[in-house]
Design a protein. Structure first.
Length: 125
């Protein structure tokens, strides 16, 4: 399988997964805050840190699989482009404090999620 096909396949699955998870989260928690995007970014960041370590240091996988998962699936699943639009929507709706809270929580907790993923994966090496 070519690298581009692996990334395309992973990307399509990541996009569908993102839509499903975000939609499910909004149905569960409502639309008062960008919960869906927040949940996707947090989970995606944790998975990125975890899989980065495992796929580079623990498991011998092909470049196609590694790039299909990390660049394709997770690159499509995590939604910082949507994050930016959510922030702009909140600020445009005069909800500046919510926008600031969303930015701060997203950045700090997603970095923390990636760190937790890295640490968890390193325990498996």
């Amino acid at each position: 399988m070519s690298i581009y096909l692996a990334i395309a396949l992973g990307g399509s699955l990541g996009a569908v997964s993102r839509y499903w998870m975000a939609s499910s989260t909004y149905q569960w928690l409502g639309l008062g805050f960008p919960y869906g995007t927040f949940a996707v970014n947090l989970l995606g960041s944790l998975a990125m840190g975890f899989l980065w370590v495992l796929l580079l240091h623990r498991f011998q996988v092909s470049e196609e699989i590694r790039l299909g998962l990390l660049v394709g699936f997770l690159g499509s699943f995590t939604t910082f482009s949507t994050f930016a639009l959510d922030v702009l929507h909140l600020t445009g709706s005069d909800e500046v404090l919510r926008a600031i809270l969303y930015v701060v929580l997203s950045v700090l907790l997603c970095i923390f999620g990636a760190w937790v993923g890295l640490m968890a994966a390193k325990q498996l090496i």
